[in-house]
Design a protein around this ligand. Sequence first.
Ligand code: IMP
Length: 427
Amino acid sequence: MPVVAVIGAQWGDEGKGKVVDLLAGKAKMVVRFSGGDNAGHTIINPFGKYALRLVPSGIFSKQTVCIIGNGVVINPEVLVEEIDLLKQNNVDTSMLNISDRAHLIMPYHTLLDGLEEESRGGKAIGTTRRGIGPAFTDKTARLGIRIGDLLDKVAFKERLSSLLEYKNAILTRVFGVEPLSLDEIYQQYCQYGEFLTPYIRETTAMIEEMIDRQEPVLLEGAQGTLLDPDFGTYPYTTSSSPLAGGGSLGAGIGPNRISSILGVYKAYCTRVGTGPMPTELNDEISDQIRERAHEYGTVTGRPRRCGWFDAVAGRFSKRVNGFTGAAITRFDILDTLPALKICVAYRLDGRTIDYFPGNVNDLERCEPVYEELPGWQTPTTDIREYEQLPEPARQYLDRIAELINCPVSLVCVGPERSQTIQVRPAF
Ligand code: IMP
């Protein structure tokens, strides 16, 4: 059962797009299973540079079936634009399938995301304002509309009109803004529905058949473990589970069918939005990392907060996902630094702790305890074999593997597909 899940191990933006693009060449199927267009999976390959938000990163591999799973929330405007752009660039989209069970992001979700953020004032989460939270809230509250609902226009109109009445009451009475027009949304969403109809279907049987045939399948995660609503820095989290367990639910396969789980860790840490990040730096080193790695949000353009590798958080991610291997990305970004630090414990209220606290206020007070390692100050971008890495670079990777309790499977030393050191096979 060669089903590999690729999971963000930190706060998102770990470089999952590149890892999936790389492995997709060997996969027969890639399934996106959570999040929505809050994700921006940057891919650089012979087709050009793309920031995919909804379409699985496997779309560039000709033989790969791509699925947007039931666990994803879809803004159809964004998806239609994305498919159009791919088509314009001669990327074949005929292998794309969308689960009829995936929920839709409606115009009131995006509007409410912004209004709710503004009403939080200084306690704002720093969401991407794409309507993700409100859409998942409606899914759970049984107030959602699923993409399959667009296939029956009469039933869609009926459901939309009753839901919109309720949403408009909130918009006008709670937030004092203008109500939205039923007709406009209905017409617009019917158009999206017509465009997307050829892609919408029941997808669980397709995935099962592929697994039963022993074909390699990739589950493509979005966001990162520390943004999970259960295990992340709640409430400064996203609204669906980026974990391997979320992969089972968001694709519609049993957990026992996932054979390996690859945790994607950046060689340092970054975070966008608010919420605690114990190893955050505000000095020349973080500026240097940000500029060298262009650490600015793919979706929002916001500068990312940068800091040292946090092995306490990293070990926690390994535990709650059950990683069988780690992919260390953006390793070359550290090439110029004379010395490196890894956070190996926290100091909390005078005590040294080795766990990732569940309470966000405790985590805010955690001070990192660092171990310092020598830098290698040599370019690694042309290295393709682990043994050829400079000694201090191997030392850094080995120490991370030891601290997070997970072997390193691959190391990315640049954005191109070829700039990868494969330590052990993923499939
Ligand atoms: P939301 O998912 O838009 O509701 O945002 C909730 C939190 O998750 C915010 O801190 C966002 O910055 C963060 N977030 C959401 N998607 C991503 C992502 O793809 N990469 C990094 N951070 C993300």
